[in-house]
Design a protein around this ligand. Structure first.
Ligand SMILES: C[S@@+](CC[C@H](N)C(=O)[O-])C[C@H]1O[C@@H](n2cnc3c(N)ncnc32)[C@H](O)[C@@H]1O
Length: 435
């Protein structure tokens, strides 16, 4: 096929009704598109078949994970330009999904696409990459299904995560004093900020829901002398956390359990932290989650819920997670607008005392993780698979951009199980913990 890139660009522009914001380099080495722009490399014709068989995110994701599609040049700039095709911005109207779907139905576009398709290899679409989670049936968020979903994301090898997260082994948004701080310092500052918001003191009882590799319970026990329980659904995380805690001589103060938040019955706790965990809960279970945390606290006990939020959409019922994230990254994960989260915590009985939005901090954190992954690329691919390393690089870079562009945010919500007397136990000036 002569000049595949030119023909692809022409077709894409007809479908999008807008100029393609990136260059295209095709398998025949032909190139087209705006000079100097990042280049979308279509390494193999197969990529085209994947994208045409499943137009949209899933087709693109499969081609990317399989390595048939790549980006040459600045990954962030390329993703930003491509996202601009989908997300409406204030500065310029963009073609929206509905317009793209309408264009794909036009006879002349279908004919051009068919012509390209016949040139794109065998008629049968290639199998999805091995890293993809199969479509699951049955009810969401049963204990068993949640454990499997968590295992898909977290049981991919502690060594892989150590390369990406660095020695802190914290897998949530850090708290940056300045963009030039180190990831280690920013993660320590985040954990310490949460300890102060919770008002932790010696011998108080802390529950860390979704404890990951144990960083929060370790910090809280070492620096504040609490007795802590950390729960996770990941066996690999628990093994790692227990080892770290024993090495720090804190095994008599900290217990790590492989347990679901719905299965805890040794209340009461004086404080609960939930850091980057509630994204896994899901909207049907969120009321139960909030009620469980409320029940587990003493009167006067505090909850710090640190959670990613999405923007509200006009039709909340029709909202769905994008397919790349669901099939490759966080199966069954769900984001909610911060207003919904606050409302549900209040409905469970909590008095919500503070919401700190730290969106920009997550962009800095994700960019650090991407840089770590890129620096250790060969080893990361060897420890998991090239496909998985490609998934993580794409999802983390795209997420960094989403935080930067305010498509998603992250909030620390401080809530109290305020007793009937109304004594919240919080300082008169709300933000004294930051001093
Ligand atoms: C993104 S990680 C965050 C880990 C840790 N809080 C940190 O900041 O490094 C999410 C954690 O939530 C845990 N998790 C998810 N669903 C859970 C559930 N239903 N019950 C208990 N833990 C859960 C996972 O096992 C994982 O440890």
């Amino acid at each position: 096929m002569a000049d595949a890139a030119g023909r692809l660009t022409k077709l894409a522009e007809e479908v999008l009704g807008a100029p393609l914001p990136v260059r295209i380099r095709a398998w025949d080495r032909s190139e087209s598109g705006p000079p100097g722009a990042p280049t979308l490399v279509i390494r193999h014709r197969r990529a085209l078949r994947r994208m045409m068989f499943r137009p949209g995110e899933l087709g693109l994701a499969r081609a990317w994970v399989a390595g048939d599609l790549d980006i040459d040049g600045d990954l962030y700039e390329a993703l930003d330009r491509l996202a601009g095709l989908i997300w409406e911005r204030d500065d310029a109207p963009r073609p929206q999904r509905a317009a793209v779907v309408r264009a794909l139905a036009r006879p002349e576009i279908r004919a051009a696409a068919r012509e390209l398709l016949t040139l794109a290899g065998a008629p049968v679409p290639p199998a999805p990459p091995a890293e993809e989670v199969r479509r699951r049936r049955g009810p969401l968020h049963t204990l068993r299904r949640d454990k499997e979903a968590i295992s898909h994301h977290y049981d991919v090898g502690n060594d892989f995560y150590a390369l990406v997260l660095g020695p802190s082994m914290v897998y949530s948004c850090a708290y940056w004093e300045s963009p030039s701080a180190t990831l280690e310092d920013a993660q320590r500052d985040k954990l310490d900020l949460i300890c102060r918001k919770l008002g932790l003191q010696k011998d108080r009882r802390l529950l860390d829901v979704g404890c990951g590799w144990g960083s929060m319970v370790l910090h809280a026990a070492r620096e504040y002398g609490v007795r802590a329980v950390g729960i996770t659904l990941s066996e690999e995380q628990a093994t790692f956390a227990r080892k770290r805690i024993a090495e720090a001589g804190l095994a008599d103060r900290v217990e790590i359990r492989v347990q679901d938040y719905r299965e805890i019955h040794d209340e009461p706790f004086d404080a609960i932290s939930s850091i980057g965990m509630a994204e896994h809960v899901g909207r049907t279970q969120y009321g139960e989650y909030a009620a469980a945390l409320y029940r587990l606290l003493q009167p006067g006990g505090r909850l710090l819920n640190h959670q990613i939020a999405r923007r509200p959409v006009a039709d909340e019922e029709a909202y769905h997670v994008d397919e790349f994230i669901d099939r490759y990254v966080f199966p069954d994960g769900e984001l909610a607008p911060v207003g919904q989260t606050v409302g549900q915590l209040e409905e469970a009985g909590f008095e919500v005392r503070d919401v700190e939005a730290i969106r920009e901090h997550y962009a800095l954190t994700l960019r650090s993780w991407v840089a770590n992954l890129e620096r250790h690329w060969d080893e990361a691919a060897r420890l998991t698979s090239t496909g998985r390393a490609r998934v993580w690089r794409l999802y983390m870079a795209a997420s960094a951009l989403s935080f930067e562009r305010n498509r998603i945010g992250v909030n620390q919500v401080l809530a109290v199980r305020t007793p009937e007397s109304g004594e919240s136990g919080l300082p008169l000036r709300g933000r004294d913990w930051t001093g």
